[in-house]
Write a protein that binds this ligand. Structure first.
Ligand SMILES: Nc1ncnc2c1ncn2[C@@H]1O[C@H](COP(=O)(O)OP(=O)(O)OP(=O)(O)O)[C@@H](O)[C@H]1O
Ligand SMILES: [Mg+2]
Length: 263
């Protein structure tokens, strides 16, 4: 069984933080190898997880373009590129990381994006879980890195605008005809009791949050001390909220026949 989890949502809503805590949770549960994917060109998932990221798909592609002449005799260009791209995968016990980064020169990252998608398709068979942190907005959806998702987690802050963004992402997902088995909404930095204006807006849009993650001082302190979120304590409120979410998601997954994807 391989479960692909993608985290999407508005800029600064907490995608990277939540993806990191989900990865922490899966690692602790020992439910099989996890692949963390940073598909945000402004990469920082690796940093949140405590990896020292020196190579990204983007930097390797740029190097490869430069050293084309050095393709070893008897090796095809494709095989050599595949070999080089392995340098973008950082391996630790139970958790590997691949970072997309950006292409060289101009801001375009179409090429790294296409290559990353091929890599995920190939790699995902070797992992029980793939957790992908995406860029803000909806670019990643339209560009196609985020296809064949089992769990699309849409993160929003506790605001009316945030809730409306969730609705827009949902519309885009259906318009693009993406293969998404299940979508869940997460309200991040939410209070114990959500504001009635927000619950009303969610009701109007037919949104029921799967989890509310509280504002957590530990997240803030870990950032200040540049400590990996993998080391957050079990008792931290955000960790506990994500644990609850993951228990529900994984329990729901048991009821779905393994490997069968809805179209
Ligand atoms: N539950 C939380 N409690 C406290 N601080 C939080 C929480 N969630 C996120 N933060 C903080 O809010 C900031 C933004 O979070 P994060 O980087 O995870 O958002 P993002 O959606 O990945 O942003 P971007 O769109 O820039 O990639 C960070 O400084 C993070 O430490
Ligand atoms: Mg982020």
């Amino acid at each position: 069984l391989s479960l692909n989890i993608a985290v999407a949502g508005k800029g600064g809503s907490g995608k990277t933080t939540i993806a990191s805590i989900i990865i922490r949770n899966l690692k602790k549960r020992r439910v099989g190898p996890v692949l963390a994917v940073d598909a945000d060109p402004n990469a920082n998932l690796g940093e949140s997880l405590g990896f020292d990221v020196t190579h990204t798909v983007g930097t390797i592609l740029a190097e490869f373009q430069r050293d084309k002449a050095e393709i070893p005799a008897g090796m095809t260009k494709e095989a050599y590129l595949e070999y080089r791209l392995h340098g973008a995968i950082l391996e630790t016990a139970g958790l590997d990381l691949v970072t997309m980064g950006r292409g060289e020169g101009a801001d375009c990252y179409c090429y790294p994006n296409v290559i990353l998608r091929k890599m995920i398709e190939m790699l995902s068979r070797s992992y029980a879980f793939v957790v992908m942190d995406n860029e803000a907005g909806m670019e990643h959806l339209s560009r196609g890195t985020t296809k064949d998702i089992d769990e699309l987690l849409i993160v929003s802050d506790h605001s009316v605008k945030g809730v409306r963004t969730i609705a827009r992402i949902r519309t885009l997902v259906s318009e693009l005809g993406l293969t998404v088995k299940r979508q869940s909404v997460i309200i991040n930095r939410g209070p114990d009791k959500m504001d009635s204006a927000i619950t009303a807006e969610m009701a109007r849009l037919g949104i029921k949050p799967a989890a509310v993650i509280p504002l957590d001082r530990a997240v803030f302190e870990f950032d200040l001390k540049m400590k990996p979120l993998l080391d957050m304590p079990d008792t931290s409120p955000a960790v506990r909220a994500v644990d609850g979410l993951m228990s529900r998601l994984l329990a729901g997954e048991d009821k779905v026949s393994p490997g069968k994807k809805e179209v």
